[in-house]
Design a protein around this ligand. Structure first.
Ligand code: ADP
Ligand code: MG
Length: 425
């Protein structure tokens, strides 16, 4: 990909924008870009430099992203709304062509790396809550104040806010500073020298997820035996920001019918029934589940006689119950998957496993914790888009504000006081 129209090869120390920015080390990459840590000589601070591939369609995509990032920055002068800040942008001429470059505030690891670092075991509920608060703050801002749909929300596109000064951090090639290297997994992703590696990883991850799902279809009992040792995330600040506006759109001016990354895609997108802000809420729900359990909520795959889309719809119904007929048959693509009764055409026997039970039986969450979390999450995963709560409503939910848990711990306190009294007495 480092050829004409492709990525721009960068060496440490390379100057950008007339020498204002000096490349330090690679932070990560996406389909269209490589992202570098750079030193901004004007502000004497570190920034992330996103260097787009040079071909016309990538330049177009970068201009699109700049439009949305600029709008987000303009409405958030205090930089408190949990969306990555665009600092500057410019063109850079290299041997492979003209590259559009975005200068972004420097952030830390993605939630995907956090999940991986935690060995796919899932995070503690309080950590998840902190992350959800940030993501919902970001979504509420995008939706309500800007009229913008992100359209590609997922753990990879949510980055932790880095609290560490990269200057003081030892240069560990390709690792962002927040998390240490996971043992036995030397290339945590996002920064090793070959592109193949990350693709292989994604494939492995998809395979893993698929294995989980078939496991779920085959046997309905038992969680995973966990011989893995605990990794502490104590002391790591869970503040984070939403990034990657390459697929964002205005609610009243949409560009694409097929949006979102497969596993985080809302049912109305699959069925082509039209979409709005609530597609981000669906992706948010999938992401929150993944943070709690370490597993993707839905990892569809094509099977004998049915495609990925139909499997995806089946997985949704196994978790959330049968899709209301009106919704099932209401989309432009409905006839491909559903018969006129609203039953799937090719996948006939569904194995229902509701969310609260799944959390307890498979993921071994305590009953009360599972119930509270499922009560928060279930409405977000409503089949009817208009019934899903908004980001603002989610922020006000008791689970977000830990009301239920606080009551529990208050009760626990009373109980332990009573116990103490009894002992003393
Ligand atoms: P793409 O649109 O090509 O997917 P992203 O904006 O998602 O690009 O960035 C690709 C990767 O670069 C991210 O997953 C992350 O690892 C890293 N990255 C992006 N923005 C930043 C940032 N502001 N600070 C630190 N790392 C970043
Ligand atoms: Mg991305």
């Amino acid at each position: 990909s480092y050829r004409k129209g492709g990525y721009h090869a960068v060496r440490i120390g390379d100057p950008f924008s007339g020498g204002r920015y000096i490349a330090q080390r690679k932070l990560g990459w996406g389909q269209f870009s490589t992202v570098w840590l750079a030193f901004d000589t004007q502000s004497s601070s570190y920034v992330a430099l996103k260097i787009q591939k040079s071909a016309q369609q990538f330049a177009q995509a970068a201009l699109h992203e700049i439009e949305f990032l600029s709008a987000a920055a303009d409405g958030d002068l205090q930089n408190t709304k949990c969306v990555v800040r665009l600092i500057d942008h410019f063109k850079h001429a290299g041997p492979n062509g003209q590259h559009l470059c975005m200068v972004l505030e420097f952030l830390g690891d993605s939630l995907l790396r956090l999940i991986r670092y935690n060995r796919y075991k899932g995070l503690k509920m309080d950590k998840v809550r902190e992350i959800c608060r940030c993501v919902l703050t970001g979504l509420d801002y995008l939706h309500r104040e800007l009229g913008m749909i992100h359209s590609d929300l997922k753990p990879e596109n949510i980055l932790l806010c880095s609290t560490i000064d990269p200057a003081k951090d030892p240069v560990r090639s390709g690792l962002t500073p927040l998390l240490e290297k996971p043992e036995g997994n030397a290339n945590g992703g996002g920064g090793s020298s070959t592109m193949n590696l990350i693709e292989k990883k994604l494939k492995r991850r998809a395979k893993r997820a698929v294995a989980k799902i078939s496991e779920r279809r085959v046997s309905m009992v038992g969680g995973e035996a966990s011989s893995k040792t605990e990794r502490s995330l104590d002391g790591i600040d869970m503040r984070c920001k939403v990034v990657d506006f390459g697929n964002a759109c205005w609610a009243d001016k949409q560009f694409a019918e097929e949006i979102q990354t497969r596993q985080y895609r809302a049912p109305e997108v699959i069925l082509k029934s039209g979409y709005s802000f609530s597609v981000d809420m669906w992706s948010f729900g999938c992401t929150a589940f993944e943070l709690v359990t370490g597993d993707m909520l839905f990892a569809p795959k094509e099977g004998n006689g049915y495609g990925e889309d139909e499997d995806h719809l089946a997985l949704m119904m196994e978790l959330l119950g049968k899709m209301p007929r009106k919704i099932a048959i209401g989309g432009a693509r409905s006839k491909d998957y559903f018969d006129r009764h609203g039953d799937l055409k090719r996948i006939r026997r569904l194995k229902y496993w509701p969310l609260d039970r799944l959390l307890v039986d498979k993921y071994k969450l305590p009953e009360a914790e599972a119930k509270e979390f499922a009560e928060f999450l279930s409405p977000v995963l409503e089949f009817a888009p208009e019934k899903r709560p908004t980001a603002q409503q989610c922020l006000e939910h008791p689970w977000m504000n830990n009301v239920v848990s606080t009551q529990n711990s208050a009760a626990d306190n009373v109980e332990s006081q009573v116990r103490n009294l009894k002992i003393k007495g």
